[in-house]
Ligand binder design. Structure first.
Ligand SMILES: CC(C)(COP(=O)(O)OP(=O)(O)OC[C@H]1O[C@@H](n2cnc3c(N)ncnc32)[C@H](O)[C@@H]1OP(=O)(O)O)[C@@H](O)C(=O)NCCC(=O)NCCS
Length: 206
């Protein structure tokens, strides 16, 4: 059994990860509407791809509200990622992305993970820092058994995050794009991190 403790606040050197609240959702929507962010992330039904009205904040707000309404449930693991004020361009704390852990099949101890970051703040190690904190939380506090996930092979930053965090590449698979704004066949790199390997890596790091 895993520990259903919900998305407690996690602090790292440069970031604070908090459960989703409504006040930062409009900025997250803006970030997710950037084509380079949503291309290999967003999986809403493809029929909405060319429906501009569907993507307006006026229409999207209800979906973000539904997410926030459940954000503090004990079986939800997802965080808004805030950059501490000393590292932002504005000098105030800013939301810069989101990291999440989803179910992956019927065994709730095996999980999938996802992340996106504001292009303004990409390439500075923030996604790696947030993902590492989230994965530590999932293995040490929630006590999951395994993360089974993957990314489009050409999504170099995302694949690098899996590799830097000690995941094992278990193969590649060609699939029809599941993404709303991308059509065609994609090659996915599949990655896994078992509980055993997570703790082995932890000990080797000392
Ligand atoms: C994937 C994503 C979250 C990475 O965010 P980030 O904060 O830039 O990531 P990091 O700074 O921690 O970088 C991770 C690695 O990718 C590399 N990287 C970052 N941007 C890159 C780019 N544009 N081109 C090549 N490499 C890049 C970094 O150098 C780093 O590798 P290194 O440590 O070997 O140098 C971000 O690119 C994103 O939001 N992408 C769109 C959404 C998405 O694809 N989500 C994942 C779906 S599986």
């Amino acid at each position: 059994m895993i520990n259903l403790i919900g998305s407690q606040t996690i602090e790292t050197d440069r970031l604070i990860l908090r459960s989703s609240k409504m006040k930062e959702q409009k900025r997250l929507w803006e970030i997710l509407m950037v084509p380079e962010v949503n291309k290999w992330y967003l999986t809403s039904a493809k029929k909405y791809a060319n429906n501009l009205k569907h993507w307006t904040w006026e229409n999207q707000e209800k979906f973000y509200k539904a997410k926030v309404d459940n954000a503090d449930n004990n079986d939800i693991f997802g965080w808004s990622v805030f950059l501490k004020s000393e590292y932002t361009n504005s000098g105030n704390e800013e939301v810069i992305g989101q990291v999440t852990v989803q179910e992956n099949g019927s065994d709730i101890a095996i999980r999938d993970v996802g992340w996106y970051m504001d292009p303004i703040y990409q390439g500075k190690g923030y996604a790696t820092e947030a993902a590492k904190a989230m994965i530590d939380y999932m293995f040490k506090k929630v006590e999951i058994d395994k993360i089974s996930s993957g990314a489009v092979k050409d999504n170099i930053p995302s694949c690098k995050i899996f590799e830097k965090l000690g995941f094992t590449k278990i193969g590649e698979i060609e699939e029809d794009s599941p993404y709303t704004f991308y059509n065609g066949i994609l090659t996915f790199s599949k990655y896994e991190l078992t509980r055993e390997d997570f703790f082995k890596n932890e000990n080797n790091r000392i």
